[in-house]
Design a protein around this ligand. Structure first.
Ligand SMILES: N[C@@H](CCC[C@H](N)C(=O)O)C(=O)O
Length: 363
């Protein structure tokens, strides 16, 4: 894949996403990076030099180059996107409301997610028409191209993306169909998004894990041998599978900063006990209402945050008697507020989601 630096491209006139409101909002983002991606033919991908500007208003009338971008910008080959992140867990959001088929393939998504040869992201999210009475459908491809059932940080980004597309102001909630069923995000007055993440799944075969149940059908503080070391793990599905550990058998409580995630993460992800692979959360208990975690995500590796992971680990901490039902979870990218509510058994996650740049890719 050949990379060529090209002049910064302003795609504002071509994208319907850049409403006046959106432009104004993006304008308030400091050090905004604008990128434009162009793939020419099948093998070449061009990435513009990232432009830093203290305000969107300063990014005006830039030279548009190369010519092939101009030629193709109105054609079907152009993919317009907006990049969002939730605590550094970053996604390319695609307005797919006119079709129930994703606008790009899983292979194309993996190429766009590449941090050296593409836009760079932990995944691509498609905002699609709703099914079964839901307002919208969310589908997501991981950065390796695989398709997970759910994504917590992605839901918050999705909600903010929909609010921009539909020009919704203030507090607003809607329903989303996902691979994990119906999910209900609510945008708060302060811009944070509170999400009803539904009921955690604990039955071993539904997580799925081949580990035998230790508390009825649930896998709680079970032993898992990884690379010759016995870890204690609890398995929870939030629609997608999670393996949560607070440390090794008989070992001290985890100090998550000391972990070599790149080495240990893949060994959990591909462990034979997880037939659908797994996300893994390594957790340090700071107090009964304050937990700290690092995550190795299935299909994406070490990320700065994982919303479903934060929910799953609070469930695990409660089941293991380590924490209360309402916790602050510190992730590498920042904190999330999580509550596993006794009354309805649902988990609620509250946190931010921000737009960071928009662009176009020629496919
Ligand atoms: N980061 C996400 C989870 C994304 C999916 C995950 N990699 C999987 O394959 O299950 C989140 O915020 O929940």
């Amino acid at each position: 894949m050949e990379i060529a630096a090209v002049n910064t491209v302003s795609v504002a006139p071509q994208t319907r996403l850049l409403s006046k409101t959106f432009s104004r909002k993006l304008g308030s983002v400091s050090s905004l990076s604008l990128r434009s991606i162009e793939r020419v033919g099948s093998a070449r991908l061009r990435v513009s030099a990232a432009a830093s500007s203290s305000s969107m208003d300063a990014v005006t009338a830039e030279k548009i180059s190369p010519a092939s971008f101009l030629e193709n910008r109105e054609s079907k080959k152009v993919l317009h996107f907006v990049k969002y992140h939730g605590l550094g867990n970053d996604f390319i959001l695609v307005d797919n409301r006119d079709s129930s088929e994703p606008k790009i393939t899983q292979e194309q998504a993996a190429r766009l997610c590449d941090r050296n040869f593409g836009v760079g992201a932990d995944g691509v999210i498609f905002a699609m028409p709703g099914v079964n009475g839901a307002d919208y459908t969310m589908r997501i491809f991981n950065s390796d191209g695989s398709e997970p059932e759910m994504c917590g940080n992605g839901v918050r980004c999705f909600a903010r993306f929909i609010a921009e597309l539909e020009n919704l102001q203030g507090k607003h909630s809607f329903t989303m169909h996902t691979g994990a069923g119906l999910i209900v995000p609510e945008i708060q007055d302060d811009g944070q998004v509170k999400v009803d993440m539904g009921i955690p799944i604990l039955k071993a075969q539904d997580v799925p894990t081949k580990l035998p149940g230790t508390k009825g059908e649930a896998v709680v503080q079970a032993e898992l041998v990884v690379d010759g070391v016995t870890w204690n793990v609890t398995c929870v599905s939030m629609g997608n599978p999670h393996c949560i550990t607070f440390g090794t058998k008989g070992g001290p409580n985890l100090k998550v900063d000391d972990l070599n995630l790149q080495e240990i993460g893949p060994k959990f992800e591909h462990h034979e006990m997880f037939p659908a692979r797994t996300n893994t959360e390594f957790v340090e208990v700071l107090s009964r209402s304050h937990l700290k975690m690092r995550v190795w995500e299935r299909g994406a590796g070490a990320t700065l945050a994982c919303g479903t992971g934060a929910c799953a680990l609070v469930v695990a901490a409660v089941l293991e008697g380590r924490a209360n039902r309402k916790c602050t979870v510190d992730l590498p990218g920042g904190p999330l507020e999580i509550e596993w509510r006794q009354e309805d058994n649902h988990i609620y996650m509250t946190g931010p989601a921000e737009a960071v740049f928009y662009g176009s890719a020629l496919l």
